[in-house]
Design a protein around this ligand. Structure first.
Ligand SMILES: [Zn+2]
Ligand SMILES: [Zn+2]
Length: 341
């Protein structure tokens, strides 16, 4: 099976906006609320891919699950649900920057915030470092919202687990309504959580702030690869319908930034070659404007098409199987089994 054939066996349907959940109830939908990594940007040449930091909304008819609370969380549509779940990957500022304003606009809602304990701090304690004086004028308890916090585990033993075939089983799992959430530890300075959401036979993996190589030295110019986080992610993502993958750097930039905790589209292509999943590239660098990202998409199309020796470079035009995420996109997460597979 060629690379292109593999990609065509999975589809992402952009609903074109307006609908933020699949009314048939069969599929999850994904709304891209913020694509940018590290810091928010605002400039005329940034509007296409968006300047807000990382935030994604996954919906079923019953559940609204938000991944991370970057400035993009202010783009959340009026989802008319009383109950909202928020999965925090880690508390780096680009992932929580939108939370203080967001909570102020959710009066009467029941919001459950999930995240891992880090540095001995529960997820609530981590967020309170930001939402408290003198950084912010109100405390967490003063919002007119029913807030619940849940600390989750990502089974750190899996970090050293060389048997990648059963990573999904080894990692912790919990339910949010009719959605099963699994976690695995990311490879990122200070730690981050990779979430997998399964619903009705479809699944989405959010691998933001993920570096594909284990880096041992703090001086990135001297560092060496000492492990294979990409193999662990591949096992964790087995049969996923869609993977959101950190592609903050170009391959050239990555050489200067080993150990910073981010990856490139080259590994996304590797991942797509190994498993039958569509990939949405996320966490765009703040200095990559629309023209740069358009050129990068063209390069990705060319590299992806060329990986099996074919010269069909238009795979993402009709089927955005490896594509750079753009703010405000809405996808139905649906994996179609290709008849020829
Ligand atoms: Zn980040
Ligand atoms: Zn981070």
């Amino acid at each position: 099976m060629s690379f292109t054939d593999k990609l065509q066996s999975t589809t992402m349907k952009n609903t074109g906006g307006g609908v933020t959940h699949d009314e048939s109830g069969k599929y999850m939908t994904l709304t891209v609320l913020g694509t940018r990594g590290s810091m928010a940007v605002s400039a005329p040449g940034m509007a296409k891919y968006g300047g807000n930091t990382t935030c994604y909304l996954i919906e079923t008819p019953e559940e609204a699950i938000i991944i991370d609370a970057g400035t993009g969380i202010m783009n959340l549509p009026d989802i008319q649900r009383k109950r909202i779940s928020l999965l925090i990957t880690h508390a780096h500022i680009d992932h929580i920057m939108g939370l203080p304003m967001f909570l102020g606009k959710q009066a009467g809602k029941e919001i459950t915030i999930y995240g891992e304990t880090r540095d001995g701090l529960t997820i609530k304690e981590q967020l309170e470092r930001y939402i408290s004086n003198p950084l912010w004028p109100v405390t967490m308890d003063e919002y007119p919202v029913k807030l619940t916090f849940k600390d989750v585990a990502s089974n750190s033993s899996a970090v050293n687990n060389t048997d990648t075939t059963n990573s999904v089983i080894n990692n912790s799992q919990f339910k949010i309504g009719d959605v099963t959430v699994s976690t695995m530890p990311s490879n990122h300075p200070g730690g981050s959580t990779i979430y997998r959401l399964d619903y009705n036979g479809e699944s989405v993996v959010i691998a933001t702030d993920f570096e594909h190589e284990e880096v041992t030295a703090s001086d990135c110019s001297q560092s060496t690869a000492a492990g294979n986080p990409l193999a662990r992610l591949t096992a964790f993502s087995a049969s996923a319908s869609l993977i959101l993958y950190d592609a903050q750097y170009t391959p050239e930039e990555y050489e200067k930034c080993r150990g910073y905790g981010h990856s490139t589209y080259v590994q996304a292509i590797e991942l797509a070659e190994m498993i039958d999943s569509s990939i949405l590239l996320i966490h765009h660098a703040p200095n990559h404007d629309d023209a740069f990202l358009d050129a990068l998409q063209a390069e990705i199309d060319q590299r992806a098409a060329g990986s099996d020796g074919s010269d069909t470079a238009d795979s993402t035009a009709a089927h955005p199987q490896i594509s750079l995420a753009r703010e405000s996109q809405i996808f139905i997460i649906e994996k179609i089994i290709h008849k020829n597979v």
